[in-house]
Design a protein around this ligand. Structure first.
Ligand code: ATP
Ligand code: MG
Length: 196
């Protein structure tokens, strides 16, 4: 049996919080790989900044490059319309028969679990792994494995704001990601605003 973790998200952009969580869960649960699965953002969706799905994938692949067990999973990105985790996991389980999947979520998602599409079925299909996140409660009426990880109070929202304001992002983003974002001036990054 393969034991594989999946992290779904917008990764807009991916930050060290995502990577740290993934590496900790990988180590603590002795998984063989972590698959990062970006969701699809329809091009017409009203967004304050101009980052395409292709650019999000490019940035995410740069973020994963240094870790041999981190992989990109593009199933949701390539599918039209909204992706429900339930549908995605059904497809993956049919395709990868000798695999146990662990779906990794932060505290905000743990709080939101009751509202997930088909949650009662989904919970029987996959093992959820929850990690605490500052500012979010961690109650769960659902069974999940809690992995204890030093908490980082960082988010993509906070990083986008810093990029727009020319604030410091060093050590919050992998260096390759920082460089790419600056080079392409994604998220409203202003040229020459970087101080380090
Ligand atoms: P945004 O601010 O745009 O929502 P985000 O930082 O929450 O970005 P997402 O792509 O939305 O990142 O999150 C993907 C997954 O990673 C979610 O399960 C989320 O809970 C988790 N996650 C992200 N950052 C952290 C963090 N600092 N601590 C714990 N979990 C996190
Ligand atoms: Mg989020």
């Amino acid at each position: 049996m393969n034991h594989i973790g999946i992290m779904g998200g917008t990764f807009d952009p991916p930050h060290i919080g995502h990577l740290f969580i993934a590496s900790e869960v990988l180590a603590q649960l002795k998984l063989s790989e972590i698959w990062f699965m970006p969701n699809n953002i329809p091009p017409h969706k009203d967004r304050k900044y101009n980052v395409t799905n292709e650019q999000r994938v490019e940035v995410l692949s740069l973020a994963l490059e240094d870790h041999p067990a981190f992989k990109l999973q593009l199933l949701e990105l390539k599918r039209e319309g909204p992706s429900y985790t339930y549908d995605t996991m059904k497809i993956l389980q049919e395709k990868y028969t000798n695999t146990v999947f662990y779906f990794i979520i932060g505290g905000d998602m743990v709080e939101y679990l009751p509202h997930w599409h088909n949650i009662d079925e989904l919970i029987k299909m996959v093992t959820f792994v929850g990690v605490k996140r500052p500012g979010y409660a961690f109650p769960s009426q659902y069974p999940l494995i809690e992995v204890d990880i030093p908490q980082l109070d960082i988010s993509s929202t906070m990083i986008r704001k810093r990029l727009q304001e020319g604030g410091n992002t060093m050590y919050l983003l992998p260096e390759k990601v920082r460089n790419y974002i600056e080079e392409k001036q994604l998220y409203g990054t202003k040229e020459g605003s970087r101080t380090s």
